[in-house]
Design a protein around this ligand. Sequence first.
Ligand code: GLY
Length: 305
Amino acid sequence: MQELTPYAFRVVSFTFPAGEASKTLNTVQKLYEFLIQENFDRNDVLIALGGGVVGDLTGYAAATYLRGIRFVQVPTTLLAMVDSSIGGKTGVDFKAYKNMVGAFYMPQFVYMNISLLGTLPMREYCSGFGEILKHGLIRDAESYSWLIENRDLLLQRDRSAVTEMVYRSLLVKKAVVERDPKEKGERALLNFGHTLGHAVEKLKEFRLLHGECVAIGMVAAVQLSWKKGMLTEFQTKEILSCIQSFQLPISASGLKTEDILLTVSRDKKKDADKIKFILLDGIGNAVIDTSVTEQELADACEFIL
Ligand code: GLY
């Protein structure tokens, strides 16, 4: 706040408890009440300083308060830097549904300070690799190989390697989002690992981090891609071992296949009753597939349990 004081007439702060449980309309309502009490008008700016929950929720409040005020993303986690702060997806969870209420609403800019990553707990830091590996796997085979080559430096959080990694990852996300900002087509590729990942996240009651659930979802999607002849067995095994080597889980023991299937089928209501699955047709080449059967999905679940 001190840093901002010379540039603003007044700086005030609103905080809420960390975690997915806060990503609700109830918190948005509290934020609206705070903004009204502090006389926020259309000349004012919201700054989302935090991880993905803070960014998504602040962006949604900015999109809707007074029909839209400016906001800036200042992501403080690796996952928020490479994914959620970029591309204008804002929103909150509603009842059992993740990101059910929201808006596409772009920040004025995104400010990232890589040195913030130095203080992140290791597990939180590694969660970011879930989305970073995803970007390589779906669209950038060269960066995927680069990640593997530089794994030790990246796990040690070497400043220049981390900067390069974030930059490469952002290039993938930027290119996809610029071509398809409202997810009419290609942007759905960014949901690689998310169909089952979201189900695991929900069923584990958010005790696993988002990137960890994406990793588990990617394992299932990779297995499905192999079963459909789109990846070789060697590639499949190599991807699994790569995910593990970045300290991410490859299974979600304790869950039941039928619960995962039920949760996925509830989620599919969001998308005209079709399960849209993202598969890999080779490393760096994700495709949208709507032909995955219930049985194939069940087999993929067995693989991660
Ligand atoms: N996180 C997926 C997207 O931004 O579309």
